[in-house]
Design a protein around this ligand. Structure first.
Ligand code: UD1
Ligand code: MG
Length: 464
């Protein structure tokens, strides 16, 4: 269901250093299944179609900017000193003063779903609340702010782990860190939050007692699936998030008609696409922006990075493909390496121990064994014999090889670039080609004469 929250400002908190990650990379730029936490959070927010998004950044703000760029309707604000989540939200005060409602989301919760956020906002509006908190009951509440309720069930406070007493630590219901708050009240209340606590930080959760004191309506909305609120503070939680997301991604592709064998050995990143009736075999990794068409078979143990494959393609075991483009019904591998710029037309066959780089290979051409094809344009229906090398590099510069249509290259040929081979040509095995080859006919370089040694006796074991 499409959403459109036209009076909503979403404030994304992403200024923290993420000390517990022990990393030079800002925490929210760490990837979960190939996409940064921040990108995950931003995509689920964008689907709400809010009025505006304000990103509060601080630590590593320049790195964040170069990762995220400048999406329309996103405003950057800087929190120079990380004095706490309440202080972070305050930085967004002048960003969109006309909005009526604010949704505050931490950028370190990559599993959050759009529908969960929409549900919180809808309940906030329906209940005419002033402050709504998204809460959950995870199996282990350690580290999260605990939701304290009174005898009537009314939320009275959120107590951070470090400030909680033994009794409060027993509370199972925790805050996800996500709040929906009426804007006018929010920025008024933030002025009154202090930092008299274990971390000497201005805590956003302290808005709860302030709201109650002002007679405002506060509610905690419990989410169905507590996995979604997993907040990433260290690499152990990062691994947990990735595991959960991987299970979701695999379930989703299975629903779309993809067969995934031995799924616990497979990696399918978040931005990958897989067509129906494709089969992904054990140990295979589909990474980055890889796109697979229908009826493909990949693996076992193939790695595909940022590559585009059409329909009906087989990628046999232990092949490695990076930034390449493959037409319908091609056959790749086993043990093939397709490097960036490999562009294979329909029904091309690349066999074992073949490396292809920055090369266009025409329809139906075959490079079946032990070859290197680099900086090459090859026509249709060529057959390149085992051990053929395009010698593209002279130690300083790369040179181009052009091969026409229906060319037959004998085994162990060296094509010393720059060089061109005319259509229909046949090149004899073992040739070293340094000059352009004419169309049709047979071309071969001089070969050492073959001789026969008549009285030669094969040595036997024990001979001295
Ligand atoms: C926070 C909440 C806690 C909640 C948990 C859910 C507070 C005080 N605690 O704890 O109640 O259960 O999230 O995951 O709000 N940030 C800033 N500026 C700052 C401090 C933090 O932008 O000055 C950002 C961080 O980059 C991060 C988010 O706010 O994205 C939350 O900060 P973090 O330090 O992870 O808080 P938690 O201890 O996880
Ligand atoms: Mg956190």
């Amino acid at each position: 269901m499409p959403y459109h929250f036209s009076s909503l400002q979403v404030i994304v908190l992403a200024a923290g250093k993420g000390t517990r990650m022990a990393s030079n990379l800002p925490k929210v730029l760490h990837p979960v299944l190939g996409k940064s936490m921040l990108q995950h959070v931003l995509s689920s927010i964008e689907s709400l179609l809010p009025k505006s998004i304000t990103l509060v950044a601080g630590h590593g703000i320049d790195k964040l900017r170069s990762f995220i760029g400048q999406p329309e309707n996103l405003t950057w604000v800087e929190q120079k000193e990380q004095l706490g989540t309440a202080h972070a939200v305050l930085q967004a005060e002048s960003s969109d003063p006309d909005a009526e409602l604010v949704l505050i989301v931490c950028a370190d919760t990559p599993l959050l779903q759009t529908s969960t956020l929409a549900d919180l906002i809808q309940q906030h509006l329906q209940q005419q609340a002033d402050v709504s908190i998204l809460s959950a009951q995870p199996s282990n509440p350690y580290g999260y702010g605990r939701i304290v309720r009174d005898a009537q069930g009314q939320v009275t406070a959120i107590i951070e782990e470090k400030d909680a007493n033994a009794q409060q630590r027993q509370i199972q219901e925790v805050s996800s860190g996500i709040f929906c708050v009426n804007r006018a009240f929010l920025f008024q209340a933030l002025q009154n939050i202090g930092n008299d606590n274990a971390q000497h930080e201005y805590y956003l959760p302290d808005i709860v007692p302030i709201a109650l004191h002002a007679g405002k309506k506060v509610q905690a909305i419990s989410m169905d699936n507590s996995d979604e609120m997993l907040g990433i503070n260290d690499r152990i939680q990062l691994a947990q998030a990735e595991h959960l997301m991987q299970q979701d991604v695999i379930r989703e592709w299975r629903k779309q008609g993809v067969t995934i064998e031995q799924a616990d050995t497979v990696r399918i990143e978040a931005s990958v696409h897989i067509g129906a009736d494709s089969v992904i075999k054990a140990g295979t990794q589909l990474l980055g922006s890889t796109h697979l068409g229908d009826d493909c078979v990949v693996g076992p143990y193939a790695v595909l990075q940022d590559s585009w494959l059409e329909d009906g393609i087989t990628v046999a075991p232990f092949s490695h493909l990076e930034r390449c483009n493959i037409g319908d019904d091609a056959n790749i591998g086993p043990f093939a390496r397709l490097r960036p710029g490999a562009k294979l037309d329909e029904a091309v066959k690349i066999g074992n121990f073949v490396e292809v780089k920055q090369a266009v290979i025409g329809r139906g051409s075959k490079v079946n064994h032990l070859s290197y094809i680099g900086d090459t344009v090859m026509g249709e229906d060529c057959n390149i014999g085992a051990g053929t090398i395009t010698c593209n590099y002279d130690g300083a510069n790369k040179h181009q090889t052009n091969i026409g249509h229906r060319v037959f290259v004998g085994s162990d040929t060296k094509l010393v670039a720059p060089v061109a081979v005319g259509s229909g040509a046949t090149i004899g095995a073992g040739s070293i080609i340094t000059k352009d080859v004419k169309e049709d006919g047979l071309t071969l370089s001089a070969r050492p004469e073959q001789r026969h040694v008549k009285n030669w006796i094969r040595p036997k074991k024990g001979d001295r």
